[in-house]
Design a protein around this ligand. Structure first.
Ligand SMILES: [Mg+2]
Length: 254
């Protein structure tokens, strides 16, 4: 598996750039609400957005409003909630309808587990409920078993890094990328997608239909053909890429 992304030919005007958020653009931290992205990442994303004519999107398990908060003042095309929400390039919002009683039932089951153990955190979203055990990695098997027990037909179980999540919609990050790829300015380009976790594999598996490039951030089995060590290495790559292409564009113009 090639480690070196510098060999990839990625003309910004012919490439569509997709990034996962947590563990990819941002480091994983104990409290998911305390995540922050480095100013260099925000700056590089902004440059990439300009260089590519707007073909940059974040695809995440987070909800769109939360992502906007982390990325501000940047406002990018976003896919959120593991595929259930999307804001396209024109700013239009696409959402899967929420089933509130079903979310309540799932939340009640996971909150019951969190009440019985210290350090667990239940996060309710519009279309899913997550149980975080970042502060209690020793409870991984307890949390996973509880989530498996709570999952009923029509509920998708996602087992991520220090989190299990029960999701009502069957849509995935692969669906999100496909939606963007069907629209301007993404259409007809070659996608590259960076992600670190299990749900990103759906995105990696969708890429061959556009001759796309998958880049796994960190260790672990993957369908991606490329790998980069960690979010810090991705930050450095992004910055070099934006600098190099920004300089090239100035040279071409002069
Ligand atoms: Mg991630």
């Amino acid at each position: 598996m090639p480690e070196d992304l510098t060999e990839l030919n990625l003309p910004p005007e012919e490439t569509a750039f997709f990034f996962d958020f947590d563990g990819t653009l941002a480091e994983i931290v104990e409290d998911p609400a305390a995540v922050a992205i480095d100013a260099t990442v925000r700056h590089a994303l902004h440059a990439l957005f300009a260089l590519s004519g707007g073909a940059v999107a974040i695809v995440s398990g987070r909800e769109i409003d939360t992502l906007d908060g982390f990325l501000a003042p940047l406002r990018l095309p976003l896919g959120g909630a593991h595929g259930s929400e999307r804001r396209d390039s024109s700013g239009r919002l696409h959402r899967v309808e929420a089933d509130e009683p079903a979310i309540e039932r799932l939340a009640a089951e996971l909150e019951d587990v969190a009440r019985r153990h210290d350090g667990l955190l239940v996060e309710r979203k519009r279309l899913s409920v997550a149980l975080h055990y970042r502060r209690r990695p020793d409870l991984e098997s307890t949390c996973r078993a509880a989530a498996r027990a709570a999952a009923s037909p029509g509920v998708t179980l996602l087992e991520g890094k220090m989190v299990v999540e029960l999701k009502l919609s069957g849509r995935t990050k692969g669906d999100l990328i496909a939606d963007f790829m069907a629209e301007e300015p993404f259409r007809g380009r070659r996608p590259i997608f960076f992600g670190d976790d299990v749900t990103d594999e759906d995105g990696f598996r969708a890429l061959p239909q556009w001759q796309g490039i998958g880049v796994k951030v960190g260790q672990g089995q993957t369908a991606a053909a490329h790998r980069i060590a960690d979010p810090a290495a991705l930050r450095a790559w992004l910055q070099r890429f934006a600098d190099r292409n920004g300089t090239r564009r100035v040279e071409l113009a002069s």
